[in-house]
Structures are given as C-alpha cells and as structure tokens.
Ligand binder design. Structure first.
Ligand code: SF4
Ligand code: SF4
Length: 76
C-alpha cells in the first residue's frame, strides 16, 4: 500500500470527505489530533472512546488514488 502524502491537495480532499462524515461529527474529530488525513497520519487520539457512525473513506478520491482498501482510518 502506498504511503499517503500529507499534501495540501490530499488534505483538501480529506476535508471534504472526512469533514462531512457522521463519525467525524459524532466524535468531534476536528478538535482531535490528527484532525484530518487519518489514512496517512494514523488514527485520532480520540479513537479509544470513539463511536463508529459511518465512513466516507471508500468514496474519497485519495482512497482511490492510493489504492487503499480499508475504512475508519480515524479509529485505528
Ligand atoms: S476516516 Fe472514515 S470514519 Fe473517520 S472521519 Fe474519515 S470518513 Fe469518517
Ligand atoms: S481515505 Fe478517508 S482519511 Fe483518507 S483522505 Fe480520504 S476521507 Fe480522509
């Protein structure tokens, strides 16, 4: 699996897909670390008490471009 670059373009895409995700809202991941690009940076520090409410990753362009196969990267 290719390493996901922490580029401005990838952050922008992630902001649209993670940013509109019910899990992101339910767990206030915007105020956690990292706050985006979990597929490249690793899961949120909020993951241990996190609730899974749906995941937009499989619809995201970064997911397609890097041939990712997983989901819920924020909760790993
Ligand atoms: S990694 Fe998946 S579940 Fe987590 S905020 Fe992003 S789209 Fe939602
Ligand atoms: S695959 Fe998920 S975590 Fe990675 S950029 Fe897309 S929405 Fe964000």
């Amino acid at each position: 699996m290719a390493k996901v670059d922490e580029s401005v373009a990838n952050l922008d895409v992630c902001g649209r897909f993670c940013g509109s995700c019910p899990t992101y809202a339910a767990n206030n991941l915007k105020n956690g670390k990292p706050s985006l690009l979990f597929c490249g940076r690793g899961g949120s520090l909020k993951a241990p008490e996190g609730k899974k409410e749906g995941c937009n990753c499989p619809k995201c362009g970064v997911h397609t471009r890097y041939k990712l196969t997983g989901d819920y990267y924020c909760m790993k």
